[in-house]
Design a protein around this ligand. Structure first.
Ligand code: G6Q
Length: 515
């Protein structure tokens, strides 16, 4: 295709919100792209986009609008939910967050003993953790290095124990991040944190200086003992996995400061504006979404890999795993009918170049098709000798090698023995998108997240699934409760599970120390 259409490397590209997308190394001709755009049109994609921005209740199973885009709307915008413009209250919370973040940053927020806070521990899980941890890692370069940030999510006590073992309780702030304030893992960790604090400081009044909450549930926050003056609210129209730019971003705002956080939001907004206004054939989230559908539904690709050539983006694949797989991992359409086509793909990845020395082998020469997004930056944040040139050379070289491979003739010409030739041949034709920004910054990270948020929405719209509910997660929230009581109750319980589950429970109980 490159031989027939030499201009495609300059033409099958796009740019928006500071991000450059080269999608020329995909298995598409201009005709294919035209047909995919027709698919988008036949799914009334433009109307779906308008419906989301307008605040229609597109999360049908929960009867809610989907308005993460409102979280980054400018102060003077108007977005109406149930007759109320929600933009002023969003900015009220942002102001409240900024005032608090500044107090922590300038050390005027003191712990109970009068020592300033130096450690910030976010306790949350899923959407209340993956965004904060990913964004903090990504923007660590811009953070106040005198503050220590930790993130506790797993109900495994090791997570909490290892996160706080070197921290002084008198200098530690816990941010309990939970939209529902009912999530077992988060409340268990928050109670353990409260006990850890009170063991050291001895007075229940200490909780007010060392705990704040990010939640939509004021009543449960109060019940836990957190002063609701120290609660930062958001709303049911913000999905967990779409909440890093809400109050859930408080730990990030403390790390990088309110001004940089405003830049982060501006980056999202720039991509929102592009998504809303660019024609579909120049619209980056639309193009990425359609290319993903091409491999997922027409080539049987089961997954795609996200490969950031930037150590700061190490947690991006995990973040996108939730964003994509929780949103589009659905098997019924909006009407509840079973779909007869493939929906959401599996997402995985690791930073390059580490991945190159691990799993790229399969992408180059395996039997599976794994389309890849390679993400890099023109300028390094930690310039040092040749490092950045070598890093970027690897990114470009991988995209080239995946696309063009190495033919048997080329391998033969290298004087390789006949029997070795098949092993050293690379079929090529392995698709990649290359996404480049100038420099990883708060704004660019915001734009990158919004690019993927909207890409996932484009795909969900075409597959006609509800990208904004998560009944599979809700199931997990209730399943363990019964078994937990069967593991813990002193008298031998009557078990009514399958024989495997019953045996596992018996085995665990037999190993439990007598109570
Ligand atoms: C995200 C999901 C899920 C959720 C967590 C935490 O979209 O709904 O990952 O974020 O289960 O829920 P809470 O914030 O309510 O504790």
């Amino acid at each position: 295709m490159f031989a027939e259409d030499p201009g495609r490397g300059d033409q099958l590209v796009g740019e928006a919100a500071g991000l450059y997308l080269d999608y020329s190394k995909n298995r598409v001709t201009r005709e294919t792209l035209g047909l995919l755009l027709e698919l988008a049109e036949s799914a009334a994609l433009a109307e779906r986009i308008n419906a989301m921005f307008r605040g229609d209740r597109i999360n049908t199973t929960e009867n809610r609008p989907v308005l993460h885009i409102a979280l980054r709307a400018p102060r003077d915008a108007s977005i109406i939910v149930d007759g109320e413009n929600v933009v002023p209250k969003i900015h009220r919370v942002l102001n409240q967050m900024a005032a608090f973040a500044n107090q922590v940053r300038n050390r005027s927020w003191k712990g109970y003993t009068g020592k300033p806070i130096r450690n910030v521990v976010n306790i949350g899980i899923g959407g209340s953790s993956l965004g904060p941890v990913m964004a903090y890692d990504a923007l660590r370069h811009y953070s106040d290095r005198a503050l220590t940030h930790r993130f506790v999510s797993n109900v495994d006590a090791t997570d909490f124990a290892e996160s706080v073992r070197d921290l002084d309780p008198a200098e530690t702030l816990f941010i309990v991040a939970s939209k529902s304030f009912a999530t077992l893992e988060t409340l268990t960790n928050a109670k353990t944190a409260r006990a850890w604090l009170l063991t050291a400081l001895g007075d229940r009044d200490a909780v007010a200086r060392h705990f704040v909450a990010l939640s939509t549930n004021a009543e449960e926050v109060r019940r836990f003992g957190i002063d609701t003056d120290n609660m930062f609210g958001f709303w049911d129209w913000v999905g967990g996995r779409y909440s890093i730019d809400s109050a859930i971003g408080l730990s990030l705002m403390i790390a990088i400061g309110p001004e940089q956080f405003a830049q982060f939001l501006a980056g999202f907004r720039a991509m929102d504006d592009h998504f809303r206004s660019a024609p579909l054939d120049h619209n980056l989230p639309v193009l990425l979404g359609l290319l993903g559908i091409w491999y997922n539904d027409f080539f049987g690709a089961e997954s795609y890999a996200v490969l950031p050539y930037d150590t700061y983006l190490a947690r991006l694949p995990a973040y996108l795993q939730q964003l994509d797989m929780e949103s589009n991992g659905k098997r019924v359409d909006l009407d509840g009918s079973q779909v007869d086509y493939q929906t959401g793909p599996i997402v995985w990845g690791e930073p390059g170049t580490d991945g190159q020395h691990a799993f790229y082998q399969l992408i180059h020469q395996g039997t599976k098709l794994v389309p890849c997004d390679l993400i890099g930056f023109l300028e390094p944040l930690n310039p040092s000798g040749r490092h950045h040139d070598l890093l970027t050379a690897n990114l470009f070289a991988q995209a080239e090698a995946l696309a063009f491979g190495k033919t048997t003739d080329e391998v033969g010409a290298e004087g390789v023995t006949e029997s070795q030739i098949p092993h050293r041949t690379f079929p090529g034709n392995r698709p990649t998108n290359v996404i480049l920004g100038t420099r990883l910054s708060p704004a660019l990270l915001g734009a990158l997240i919004a690019l993927y948020e909207h890409k996932v929405f484009v795909q969900g719209s075409i597959w006609r699934v509800n990208s904004f509910d998560q009944w599979g997660v809700e199931l997990g929230k209730v399943l363990a409760r019964q078994i937990a009581s069967e593991l813990e109750e002193p008298a031998e319980p009557t078990l009514a599970h399958d024989s495997s589950t019953n045996a596992l429970i018996h085995r665990y109980r037999a190993a439990r120390p007598p109570s």
